[in-house]
Design a protein around this ligand. Sequence first.
Ligand code: 26W
Length: 803
Amino acid sequence: MELTKEQFKADFERMLSDYFTMDVEKSDLTEQYVTLGKLIGSYAAKEWRNTNQRYLEKGEKQVYYFSMEFLLGRMLKSNLFNLGILDTVRAGLKEMGMDLEALEQVELDAGLGNGGLGRLAACFIDSMATHAIPGHGNGIRFKYGLFRQKFVNGYQVELPENWLRNGNVWETRRLNKAVNVRFYGNVRLEKDASGHFVPHYENEEIVLAVPYDTPVIGYGDNTVNTLRLWSAEMPLEDANTEYHAFIQQQSRIESISEVLYPDDSNYEGRLLRLKQEYFFVSAGIQSIIRTYKKRGLPMSNLAEKVAIHINDTHPALCVPELMRILMDEEGMDWEPAWDVTVKVLSYTNHTIMSEALESWPTDMMAQLLPRIYQIICEIDRRYAEDMARLYDWDMIERTRVISGGSVKMAHLAIIGSHSINGVAKLHTNILKEKVLRDFYHIFPSRFNNKTNGITHRRWLLLSNEPLRSFIDSKIGKEWATKPTDLKMLEPFRRDENVLRQLAEIKQINKQRLADYIRKRTGLAVWTDAIFDVQVKRFHAYKRQLLNLLHILSLYFKLKDDPGADIYPRVFIFGGKAAPSYTYAKEIIKLINAAADLINHDPAVRDMLKIVFIENYGVSLAERIIPAADVSEQISLASKEASGTSNMKFMLNGAVTLATLDGANVEIRDLVGEDNIILFGLTDQEVFQYYHDRSYHSYDYYKKNPVLHRVLDALIDGSIPGVQAEGRDIFDSLIKYGDEFFVLRDFEDYALAQKKVDMLYRDPLKWQEMALINIANAGVFSSDYTVLRYAAEIWNVNSKTRLF
Ligand code: 26W
């Protein structure tokens, strides 16, 4: 948008005075932040209206991205940037005596997600708006986001994250768009005059779903889409219930949108979670149908105007809910309703970890969602009947929706969608060949790959301003929306001047992180050391433990030989463990205990440091990733569906140290073996081990003296802070078979780390690797990912053509 500095200053002062009856001198940071937020909202409002108007007039097909999680982070700076007024506003604020950086810190992260899946949804809505894809988010307005992590004596403690306590400047509550969602009760089907079955409900509990809309401002300011998050409230007509009963009912109802489940890849069959899933699915679909009906088109044409995407199985109840509305409320028969449903819906799988697969007990489903359960039974019955003509009974049993007394959500999503995609090439292949092999056999044309992406605007242009300016000066500014332009950096790979400047930029970012670390932890780190970073959720398959065992081996090496030739390193960790995931929490404690020992041992001086940064989240990632030299992507091959931090690190010039897992494989293909450091088993080797059951972790303990010493340190008191967790972790590796092949990959990992150490000593060579990584990272912009979803799955328009 067009905005002069003078105009902005006048607008800001007026807004501050209208809103807080204040002037700049007397206002505090929060008032200034809220004022700026409101002002941005008012700037975006016109384009928001225009966008909706345009969609309506042109009759454009709309996409709705249903996701239990949207891990948005902060929005102040990205909104200013996307509106094209960041520099103007920064300068205007400065003239009025304010500092944009300080205002940014006032905003609390919208942490409505656990990790990769939630952040992916946030990147997607940014990219969709930027490329004018008519795509909107649909989710839950959790009152509490993912818990705040604190360390007490090295152990993770979880505190509530009340992110709404200062209000939320970006959202608008729209009570007039609220819908009712039904739970419990009995349902009877009765024939009406036309012979159609109509459901009659008794004793149901009605929950009012109130939408809060947030504008999703595309970069370049031509499209503003909507993120609609639903909040659970008492239905209006119940407001005159007896007082005591009212309070009880209110808190039961409001609990639905109270708190995000903190489990990442770990399914627990809790009733409240099922309520949450149906709540946002039903509210979302009802509101979509209401909007569609305004167009005056027949329901049988729904798939021409609406696409609904199911982000993992959490919203898989879209399948029966859409069927319910088409049949019960719109009077369609089963077959045409089913035809429409499958055409409208598409599904993304995000994990092959079996413990993440959702399946709800049939009795729970039947009680909570009686009508939905009837429909699921009918889907299952018809599926079995259809398949019986083609396949044997075992095949049907393995793939049907209801089996063993539970509803298999992935099966429901697959059977009810026209498209099923994995999130990286390797992951999609594993789905086709292993995890979803039967379904691939039955519905081969439904399967496709859509490698994940990240919005390079947030993850480079905004979070790494020094690098952004430098790139602009070399290749112009178009890469903001055409990220493969970054490839134009590659010819500079031997330009010493450019490589030196890259090194300087890295140094600035490392210093900025070092200052933060010092402020938060009191620890001083040496910025000439290698910053080696692993930030992600704590999970055994991600193998933070492998990283730690290697650090311990370096420590013992230095203890034995103080003159050992090790290049100084700062190992940086960040990440949360699910509160109930004991093993992951034990690893957190172990890292903290090792940090305590190593950081305070004068024998290692500045050679080794471990920094575990508390409460990792989007805003911290924005600070940490630009400062990384090494990106640790060391999951056991086959387990990490894609990974997305790997892409963020690469984009910021870190060198990836990786197994051939998830999107690491595609990074390797792009940069070549010389510009990534690989180690470890391949997915095929892992499958082979499973097949022959031939892995014996004890052998590695026995034959590798370094490993032997490191493992013994877990149980012999060498790391003073370690309690019972040392023994538990030791046993998991030696006694219980080392499920994630940590010992198997240790030696190879240590060699790869040695390679990092040697390569880093040649600064020009290292920066050349960094440059090649940056130059090839454009491919991983979520801009391309969503353009592919639009063209190949949703069949919707965008302003940008792919290729
Ligand atoms: C019901 C419990 C539960 C919660 C979350 C099950 C499964 C999940 C998610 C699917 C876990 C997740 O976030 N998966 C990650 O998705 C990213 C985006 O596609 C990938 O990059 C990661 O590799 C994958 O672990």
